[in-house]
Design a protein around this ligand. Structure first.
Ligand code: NAP
Length: 294
């Protein structure tokens, strides 16, 4: 097909214009807010069935009800691996997944917070999704897609993944640790793509743009931050465009192992293309999921 001409101004609604998603099933984490909510709205409006995940089942159910989209609400607290495993079990009872959109996240916690001894952004943004996605790989359809929400802020991971500092205790910095978690999202997608090979299943990571959502809630003086960034702010509709493009657009069929921004392939930090680092992260994540400490 001819490549669509999408760019930074394209909205998620424009991405799905003319597409019939009847019979498709999409899982979205963080379906109750910001980009996840908009993604659920736009896909549901095109006839897709949604599996909406949120910290609590109530939050997910309320979001789907408010949107009036067909779907299932599932509790999944990404900071609690038992909750994630229960979500995996619940999702396994539902229809196979045409795409799994790992969208939920937290950003720039001002003080070090730890979960099970691990820095919280790494744990929620990466580990929670690692356990969720790896638990559902065999529930992807033959052409199923994994879409990892990363960020241009992965560039703040100046010291790379810091696998020797997963506790976050050495020289804690809110943005460097957020950046590290988002670099982990890129490397996880890269590992998945390598594992999928030419199977037809795909995995990509992406930067949605800069959008004023609840994500900024932990940033002191966030109004000043958004004011400073106002020349590049996207609307929520524009912000959800790249993940919707990655998850459902025919032009993305078979496209795997890439990083997207503004509905186009973009460059990551060199560390985002480091296969040895991706393999080390996978191995460490498996160990953490099995109970290893920081
Ligand atoms: N907005 C931006 O400018 C921007 C830029 C680059 C990347 N991103 C990425 O885009 C994604 C979506 O962000 P957004 O802007 O839509 O933010 P948002 O409005 O704050 O939405 C984040 C979602 O993640 C959920 N979440 C947070 N912690 C969770 C946990 N422990 N378990 C389960 N769910 C949890 C939130 O649930 P609650 O409502 O219950 O907290 C919410 O549904 C994130 O991964 C973010 O890193 C956003």
């Amino acid at each position: 097909m001819t490549q669509p001409t999408f760019d930074a101004t394209t909205s998620a609604e424009e991405v799905v214009d003319g597409l019939d998603l009847t019979g498709k099933t999409y899982l979205v984490t963080g379906c109750n807010s910001g980009l996840g909510y908009e993604t659920a709205r736009v896909l549901g409006a095109r006839g897709a069935r949604l599996i909406g995940l949120a910290r609590t089942r109530d939050k997910a159910a309320q979001a789907l009800a408010k949107l009036g989209v067909a779907g299932d609400a599932v509790a999944c607290d990404l900071g609690d691996l038992d909750s994630v495993r229960a979500a995996v079990d619940a999702v396994r009872q539902l229809a196979p997944l045409d795409a799994l959109i790992a969208n939920a996240g937290i950003m720039a916690l001002p003080e070090l917070q730890q979960i099970q001894g691990f820095e919280a952004q790494f744990y929620v943004n990466h580990m929670g999704h690692f356990v969720l996605v790896t638990g559902l790989l065999d529930r992807l359809t033959d052409a199923g897609r994994v879409v990892m929400l990363s960020s241009g802020a992965h560039r703040y991971a100046k010291a790379g993944l810091e696998l020797d500092n997963l506790s976050g205790e050495r020289d804690y910095d809110p943005w460097r640790m957020y950046g590290r978690s988002k670099l982990a999202n890129i490397l996880f997608a890269r590992s998945l793509a390598a594992r999928f090979g030419a199977s037809g299943r795909t995995a990509v990571a992406l930067h949605p743009g800069v959008i004023e959502t609840n994500l900024g809630r932990h940033v002191p003086n966030k109004e000043a931050m958004y004011e400073r960034l106002k020349h590049m702010l996207k609307t929520v509709g524009q912000g959800a465009a790249t993940q919707v493009y990655a998850a459902v657009h025919p032009a993305m069929a078979g496209v795997t192992g890439v990083y997207l921004s503004d509905c186009a392939v973009a460059e990551t930090l060199p560390e985002g293309q480091d296969d040895a680092l991706a393999a080390a992260l996978w191995e460490r994540s498996e160990a953490i999921a099995a109970g290893a400490s920081a």
